[in-house]
Design a protein around this ligand. Structure first.
Ligand SMILES: [Zn+2]
Length: 496
């Protein structure tokens, strides 16, 4: 690829503002689009023309694509942006937890906090504040479980977060019932340090998001050809949206960002340029919500005119959610997140309700061996279905669930195709998707994962991913190493 520049590319968000001045143009020469060679001309944030090669006139910036495939920018339909930013500077305790925390404690400056991620209870055993206090006496330490559902805090970190030592004091503090319910306490009422589903709340209390960390996330996603994501964090904090909106506006995150938020923010309109997506609802596996609570959340979201995105990772969670849908009805855009275990007998019901599944095939590549040893044998055939859902008429969108799964969507594309654990063993009974169908998981419309793929066509947003080889070649060996250029809203955000 050759980049010829007549002008400096604009900063990302400048192209979508209303400021006057000349519209800058970008010309992608000799790109492969839908199997043929074309020149694609971009004006501002839109595709202006798709013309036979060498017929388009000059532009501010010209790029020679040499037959490399030009596809719509990938959209990751389920990520957690602030957790991604936080995990950037964190200690990895997926193994040797004690050694790593002790060592970090020895290295860290007095008063500095330690943040660790990828704690695996199966390999590392139970963790609570007292174990952390022994490893790093007096220090604020917080450790996230690999699922993202649990944080374990040391005593100093609990104090910083304002978690009271006794339940009775809680009424005086500003802890909502939902927050209080997530704080595990022992029989004496003392917090154990284990906080469930309080990720967003903790970010607000302990970890004001570092813009440099978010910028690193933005650059990394652009390098995969990603031009948009849906942040599926069930936050109850409006500040969460403010942080993301600022990052997108300033170009820190060169992406189109769709947000969800939890039921508490059902009627909140996120600040521009964020787009409002479905309401994220957790059917948590460690404590299933009641049918009536779920029913109330579904109904409330639908009344606000918003679909629901329902987290279901177990068979029981999926069956409960489907029972609620049967009761209240579905609306266009309702989706099931993960659908980690889908018994084949419910696929027809999912299709009948027009539900979409947003799944993470890369978990097979990352954790397949763990699934093959730890998951109930009766559930193993039903893990992370794709092909059988599509065959049954259920729309399927792709995502990474980063940072809880690998953030590179091309790993997911490959995994959806081969469906193998790291050891090489097959996982689940589904056959693999063809590589084009696997890529398609990330090419659907932003608000309709699994819908007809977006296209490189005049009038479409100039959200594009250029590969260094034709599509057929790239799909023989799906890898983000083929991404040569990413263009978001008309502005290059990544060049190899
Ligand atoms: Zn998630």
């Amino acid at each position: 690829m050759l980049l010829r520049q007549g002008a400096t590319p604009r900063p990302y968000w400048a192209s979508s503002g209303h400021e006057s001045g000349p519209v800058s143009t970008l010309l992608l020469r000799e790109a492969e689009v839908d199997g043929g060679r074309v020149d694609v001309r971009i004006e501002g944030d839109r595709i202006a023309t798709v013309a036979p090669p060498r017929t388009a006139s000059g532009a501010d910036v010209e790029i020679e694509c040499a037959g490399g495939a030009l596809v719509p920018g990938l959209h990751d339909h389920h990520v957690h942006l602030l957790s991604m930013a936080a995990s950037g500077g964190s200690l990895d305790v997926s193994s040797q937890l004690d050694e790593r925390i002790r060592e970090a404690h020895g290295r860290a400056l007095p008063g500095a906090a330690i943040r660790a991620v990828h704690y695996d209870d199966v390999g590392e055993g139970p963790l609570d504040r007292w174990r952390l206090d022994a490893l790093a006496p007096g220090r604020a330490v917080r450790v996230q479980h690999r699922s993202g559902a649990l944080w374990v805090l040391s005593s100093a970190a609990l104090a910083q977060a304002g978690v009271a030592e006794q339940v009775a004091v809680r009424g005086g503090a500003d802890l909502s019932d939902r927050v209080a319910a997530g704080i595990e306490r022992d029989v004496g009422g003392r917090p154990t340090g284990r906080l469930f589903r309080l990720d967003a709340w903790l970010h607000e209390r302990l970890a004001p998001v570092d813009q440099t960390d978010l910028a690193a996330v933005g650059r990394r996603l652009a390098s995969f050809g990603i031009t948009g994501v849906t942040d599926c964090t069930p936050t109850a904090q409006v500040d969460y949206f403010e942080t993301l909106a600022r990052a997108v506006r300033t170009g820190t995150l060169p992406l189109t960002v769709v947000t969800t938020g939890g039921p508490e923010l059902c009627d909140v309109v996120p600040p521009p340029p964020l787009r409002r997506g479905p309401v994220k609802i957790l059917v948590t596996d460690h404590a299933l919500p009641s049918f009536d609570d779920l029913r109330a959340w579904f109904t409330q979201a639908h009344h606000c005119g918003r679909p629901v995105a329902v987290h279901c990772v177990t068979r029981a969670a999926l069956l409960l959610a489907l029972a609620v849908w049967h009761d209240v009805g579905s609306m266009a855009g309702d989706r099931i997140e993960h659908a980690s275990v889908t018994p084949p007998e419910v696929i027809a019901a999912m299709a009948e309700l027009s539900l979409t599944v947003v799944t993470q095939p890369a978990f097979l590549a990352a954790r397949g061996d763990l699934y093959l040893s730890e998951v109930d044998p009766g559930d193993r055939p039903d893990l992370y279905r794709c092909a059988s859902l599509l065959a049954g008429g259920v729309a399927v969108g792709g995502s990474t669930d980063a940072p809880f799964g690998p953030d590179d969507p091309w790993i997911a594309v490959r995994a959806a195709n081969v469906r193998r654990a790291p050891s090489g063993r097959k996982v689940g009974s589904d056959r693999g998707l063809g590589p084009a169908a696997a890529l398609h998981l990330f090419l659907g419309p932003l608000d309709r994962p699994g819908g007809a793929a977006r296209r490189v066509t005049p009038g479409a947003p100039a959200d594009l991913c250029l590969l260094d080889v034709p599509l057929e070649t790239a799909l023989r060996d799906p890898s983000s190493s083929h991404v040569a250029l990413t263009v978001a809203r008309g502005a290059p955000t990544f060049t190899a």
